[in-house]
Design a binder for this molecule. Structure first.
Ligand code: CO8
Length: 258
């Protein structure tokens, strides 16, 4: 583990692990943490030995939102001056798959951070919501947009306007999370899934991630055009040759990321 106190890092084969570590405030996301998180993720994105990033919280909280202490007395000008959403944009641009290991509270900015991840593995204990309405504000790091795209207007309005929490099962049934796993195995399961993804061809993973994310931003025709380009690109890779040869030869492929 590294010595960045609010973020712990570890590497496990091709999986880089980041754990949010502010348990006393339920992993509230302060400005320094978000800046450091963006920097760490960019470092892993540029590191050829890393194929997948696992982003985990603690057992009681993935993250209970932005740090309210940072914002309680802020003016509009203070908030604009901080330009904190730059960090979120940096996280949005990470090309490698990010697996979220979520247990306990994923609220406000915590839910928004979870939605920046690609595969969301959730303990059955998870409580997910956008409760900013209870403290006189509203989601600001993509909550109204990504939540609505994920679950549709009816549920998004309910969650955002009432501030109620979704259980893991509800979140799963609405398409907000990828998998719900037993509480005692939430972390191990997420790590296992990260390793399973890390065994795939790295360039395929990145192209596929880009293409799926395009579906949130582009219209169908543009998304299909880009998908085709990304698909063709993969035929320039050694891993495509290896993957298809391995299939024909009835053996497991060995992917090198080339
Ligand atoms: N910020 C700062 N401290 C927090 C936060 C938070 N978001 N959440 C919890 N804490 C602290 C509590 O103040 C408490 O500290 P202390 O022990 O010193 O009193 C400690 O964590 C434990 O919390 P509770 O005692 O409240 O624990 P409970 O089990 O009773 O309640 C809850 C758990 C329900 C999660 C409750 O703590 C809660 O409601 N937290 C706030 C949730 C919230 O409103 N989140 C949204 C915040 S605003 C936001 O995220 C906006 C994002 C927009 C942009 C992002 C920019 C970075």
């Amino acid at each position: 583990m590294s010595d960045q106190p609010h973020l712990l890092t570890e590497s496990d084969g091709h999986v880089a692990i980041v754990r949010i570590n502010r348990p006393k405030v339920l992993n509230a996301l302060n400005l320094d943490l978000m800046r450091d998180l963006a920097g760490l993720l960019e470092g892993f994105d540029a590191d050829d030995s890393v194929r997948v990033i696992l982003l985990a919280g603690g057992e009681r909280a993935w993250a209970a939102g932005a740090d309210i202490g940072d914002m309680a007395t802020a003016t509009r000008a203070d908030m604009e001056q901080r330009d904190q959403f730059t960090q979120w944009e940096r996280i949005k641009r990470i090309r490698k798959p990010i697996v979220a290991a979520v247990s306990g509270f994923a609220l406000g900015g915590g839910c928004e951070l979870m939605m920046h991840c690609d595969v969301i593995v959730c303990s059955e204990t998870a409580k997910i919501g956008q409760p900013e309405i209870n403290i006189g504000v509203m989601p600001g790091a993509g909550g109204t947009q990504r939540l609505t795209r994920a679950v549709g207007k009816a549920i998004a309005m309910d969650v955002v306007l009432s501030g109620r929490f979704l259980s893991a099962r509800e979140a799963m049934s609405h398409g907000l999370v990828s998998r719900v796993v037993p509480r005692e195995h939430w972390y191990d399961h997420a790590l296992k899934i990260a390793h399973a993804i890390a065994a795939k061809a790295p360039i395929s993973l990145q192209n596929a991630k880009e293409s799926v994310l395009n579906a949130e931003e582009q219209n169908l025709s543009d998304g299909l055009v880009r998908e085709r380009q990304l698909f063709y690109e993969l035929f320039d890779t050694e891993d495509q040759k290896e993957g298809m040869a391995a299939f024909m030869e009835k053996r497991r492929p060995t992917f090198t990321g080339k």
